[in-house]
Design a protein around this ligand. Structure first.
Ligand SMILES: [Zn+2]
Length: 504
């Protein structure tokens, strides 16, 4: 008998085709049948969906969940959004390679904290993550900042030929073990000290696997367009598919520039280059505060749009704007910045900065090669950016239903099949017989994010059922009751265009 039968659904299969009515049967972890003629038999478990939409599970193309798979294997903040797979290791920071002799995640400033020296490479990380019975699937990028800090420490110079080869070997090993690409965060340390040639050399290690180069570009503000040029050059020279992370124009004077930036991408696409992008649907960014300030010259403009997410030195600052903190303490706002960043563990402060134009989000979402990535930082202390809990339902509720920026079947394609194809997720991202049963059932009339800057750790509305590799992982068939995380623990560690880790 079939394991699970979800009756009476409107199937959005991931291809952008209009929805059609069917029953979907799941067996042995996979989609066994899509039945449109009413001949479904019976199953161990049957669910009547009442006409709700069934889509492939959402793929979060931009996560920082490397450490979260160890600290929070239930991955509740992703699962409740309908996310069944994340891409980790973004912005140049990855859990691998790791050196048990040193604090391998130091370069990330705690964003990846919680990894305890159980592994050195991707295979070791995957084995250790699986032991925790993760709720969702993961595929990894190998990060430039991590690799560079392991080989050169925090030295502000060019690598020697030998050092460059060592770095390249780390990237090549990750690729061999199934990483989907090489990521950079050229705005961060130590990546910002690298020249374009170094990045080209390392990105080209992805070429034998036809894998990706993904990038948090060198500049997302005043020099956005120059940074896009550099990115496209790296992709061309390394001859790899290039993916621009969290595309945006930061800072009010730059608002609107995403149009020019996308025009450059379109030109590259027309010339035959492979380029894709992702975006998060919020007007605020978030990251490690110390990366955004030069303590010699603290930017008042930036300080004025910052809200503190988590701050180990001053927990009472969490959830408050710097303007308000400075006013309450009767100090200048630049002094408030200095006080936070120079306190013990001040460098681990995560901030939220309101730097993005709402219109630019819509411009981004309207682009056909734009995927969705949360960029959520899974630090559950304090008040994280609400994108950690709300990204996917927010796109569906706010930008599809309320604002009509894109049609529902197209939005689903960008959250599923386009991402699966780009990031090499074998037999995922579509509702198709034989494919892995990663599925989300949602109500298109009510789906919406509920997480706010004040109450960020709030699960969204309208997500009714999430299935991961054939098992029900999250359930909220009664909208009046809170969702239930079943702790099925059926997530897998995926390998680029191959079977999952441990399945060959
Ligand atoms: Zn980033």
């Amino acid at each position: 008998m079939t394991d699970l039968l979800i009756r009476n659904v409107a199937v959005l299969d991931g291809s952008a085709a209009p929805a059609f009515n069917a029953d979907v049967a799941i067996d042995g972890g996979r989609i066994a049948a899509i039945i449109t003629d009413g001949t479904s038999g019976s199953a161990d478990r049957e669910i009547d969906a009442g006409g709700a939409c069934l889509a492939p599970g959402f793929i979060d193309t931009h996560s920082h969940d490397d450490g979260a798979f160890f600290r929070h294997p239930g991955m509740e903040f992703k699962l409740a959004q309908g996310v069944t797979t994340v891409v980790a290791g973004n912005c140049g920071f990855s859990a691998i390679p790791a050196d048990p002799e040193q604090d391998s995640v130091a370069a990330s400033g705690g964003i990846l904290a919680g990894l305890e020296g159980e592994f050195t490479d991707l295979a070791g990380y995957y084995a250790a993550a699986l032991k925790r019975k993760p709720a969702i699937n993961n595929i990894m990028l190998v990060g430039h900042n991590t690799v560079r800090s392991q080989v050169l420490g925090m030295e502000q110079r060019k690598p020697s030929a030998q050092e460059l080869k060592k770095m390249r070997d780390h990237v090549a090993l990750a690729m061999e073990q199934g990483a989907c690409g090489f990521s950079t965060g050229l705005i961060y340390r130590p990546g910002r000290w690298s020249e374009t040639e170094e990045v080209i050399e390392l990105a080209s290690a992805a070429k034998p696997y036809d894998a990706l180069y993904t990038t948090h570009m060198r500049n997302e503000g005043d020099k956005l367009l120059e940074a896009v040029d550099e990115t496209l050059t790296i992709g061309r020279e390394a001859d790899v598919h290039t993916h621009i992370s969290h595309h945006k124009a930061a800072g009010q004077p730059n608002w609107g520039k995403v149009k020019e930036s996308l025009a450059k991408v379109d030109e590259a696409l027309a010339a035959g280059q492979r380029v894709t992008l992702d975006v998060y649907p919020y007007t605020a960014g978030s990251g490690r505060m110390i990366e955004y300030f030069n303590l010699e010259r603290i930017s008042r403009d930036l300080a004025e749009v910052i809200r503190i997410a988590s701050c180990p030195a001053f927990r009472d600052y969490e959830g408050r704007m710097l303007t308000e903190i400075a006013a309450t303490e009767e100090i200048d706002i630049t002094e408030a910045v200095r006080k936070i960043l120079t306190a013990p563990h001040g460098d681990r402060t995560i901030c939220i900065h309101f730097i993005i134009d709402e219109a630019d989000i819509e411009t981004n979402l309207a682009h056909k090669d734009m995927m969705v990535g949360s960029d959520g930082i899974p630090d559950l202390r304090g008040r994280p950016h609400p994108r950690l809990f709300g990204t996917f339902p927010r796109v569906l509720g706010r930008y599809v239903r309320e604002r009509g920026v894109l049609q529902l079947p197209e939005a689903i394609r960008r959250m599923t099949s386009l991402s699966a194809e780009t990031f090499g997720l074998t037999e995922r991202g579509q509702i198709r017989e034989g494919y892995w049963a990663d599925l989300v059932l949602f109500d298109p009339a009510t789906v919406i994010d509920m997480a706010t800057y004040d109450e960020p750790k709030t699960e969204p509305a309208g997500i009714r059922l999430v299935v991961v590799n054939g098992e029900v992982a999250f359930e909220r068939m009664d909208a009046n009751k809170p969702g239930v995380h079943t702790a099925a623990g059926t997530g897998k560690m995926l390998r680029y265009r191959r079977t999952a880790f441990g399945e060959d």
